[in-house]
Design a protein around this ligand. Structure first.
Ligand code: CA
Length: 366
């Protein structure tokens, strides 16, 4: 019965549209009773630069999907050409390219811009911080996204959460980590705040691009690395050259990806296209996390049961010391930069507030 009513409604809407010769929103979507919004047929051709290799599994694929969904939802009025890192601009120049309008959009992760905006890295991930579900609650309903927008505003950018890796693994090591002092002198690839913590623990962090990680680990340029989780790490082939796969990923309990849009370009769009971009980013935020969770669970079992990868848990002493070092690193960051203090205080307060709820509802259930 409901279906028939809906079909009739769509048919009626289509007739109205045909009569008007343009897309017209039915008045039921217009509570203020203003005259119906007539949608222009103007086409926008935009560029999206990304920090990922072209069509990179999941991360780059969702940049492609974002463009495809926006195209479909706008009936072709918005066409976005997606560029992998290095195709139009180098991966780590995505922020500047979108800020300056070389491209209208960019997809990547905020912690890549830590050199320019130290507070930005808090939006990607905080060691021993919140999981994906809690982070989304902070961003959308706890003031996090407002702070992110304020922070990027002076760079002429609007950020949107646009993907999440979920919880990550602690990384691949060729020697066992039995005590905190085992980090001393270890050459490890670990970006973001986690890298600062591991440096404070005595390791030397090396920022190799993703494409060079396998060779660097194989040749001993690095002794250890962290990447994402079972699915992505398996694609990278790390299980073939590293002895131990450590967990949990204290350095990234979740990692938020970002869509950045040039503010002038966004403001020049009609309201419906702005809304389409916003909703498409929300969609990617949910769908990417779902795909990571589904594939990680599958590849975890594959590596553990069939490929006999040696999974190891960080010892409690190591975990505790990493946690203490993290607190020091975060306090130093907050003390050195007013924006970082503002964002970190908001993050920390939300984490403290949500913890009792998570405990009663999730921990008890698990
Ligand atoms: Ca990682």
């Amino acid at each position: 019965m409901k279906k028939i009513i809906r079909r009739d409604f769509i048919k009626a809407a289509a007739l109205t549209t045909a009569a008007a010769g343009a897309w017209v929103f039915p008045s039921c979507t217009n509570p203020k009773n203003e005259s119906p919004a007539v949608v222009s047929s103007k086409t926008y051709e935009w560029k999206m630069v990304t920090t990922w290799p072209p069509h990179f599994p999941i991360l780059g694929e969702y940049a492609d999907r974002l463009a495809e969904w926006i195209n479909k939802m706008s009936s072709g009025r918005m066409q976005i050409q997606v560029y992998g890192g290095g195709e139009l601009v180098p991966a780590l120049e995505v922020f500047d390219a979108v800020s300056q309008g070389v491209a209208e959009m960019g997809h990547g992760a905020a912690y890549y811009w830590a050199g320019k905006i130290p507070a930005a890295q808090i939006f990607t991930s905080v060691p021993f911080g919140m999981n994906a579900q809690q982070t989304n609650a902070w961003l959308y309903d706890g003031g996090g996204l407002d702070l992110w927008r304020d922070l990027y505003s002076r760079f002429n950018l609007i950020p949107f959460p646009c993907g999440n890796t979920g919880g990550q693994m602690g990384g691949w090591f060729n020697k066992e980590i039995n005590s905190f002092s085992d980090f001393r002198g270890l050459k490890i690839r670990m970006p973001g705040l986690g890298g600062k913590v591991i440096s404070a623990a005595g390791a030397s962090t090396i920022l190799s691009p993703g494409g060079e990680l396998y060779t660097n680990l194989e040749r001993g340029v690095i002794d250890a690395l962290e990447w994402v989780g079972p699915y992505h790490d398996h694609l990278m082939g790390f299980h073939k050259i590293a002895k131990y796969y450590y967990y949990p990923g204290w350095q990234e309990p979740s990692a938020v990806l970002e869509l950045i849009v040039n503010k002038n370009a966004f403001n020049s769009l009609p309201a419906d296209l702005q809304e389409i971009i916003k909703v498409a980013a929300h969609s990617v935020n949910v769908m990417m996390l779902s795909e990571f969770e589904a594939k990680n669970s599958e590849y975890y079992l594959l590596m553990k049961n069939k490929e006999k990868v040696q999974f190891k848990k960080f010892p409690d002493e190591v975990f505790d010391r990493l946690m203490k070092t993290t607190t020091d690193v975060l306090n130093q960051l907050a003390a050195s930069d007013a924006a970082s203090k503002l964002v970190y205080d908001s993050y920390k307060n939300f984490k403290t507030r949500i913890a009792p709820w998570t405990d009663i509802i999730e921990s008890n259930y698990m």
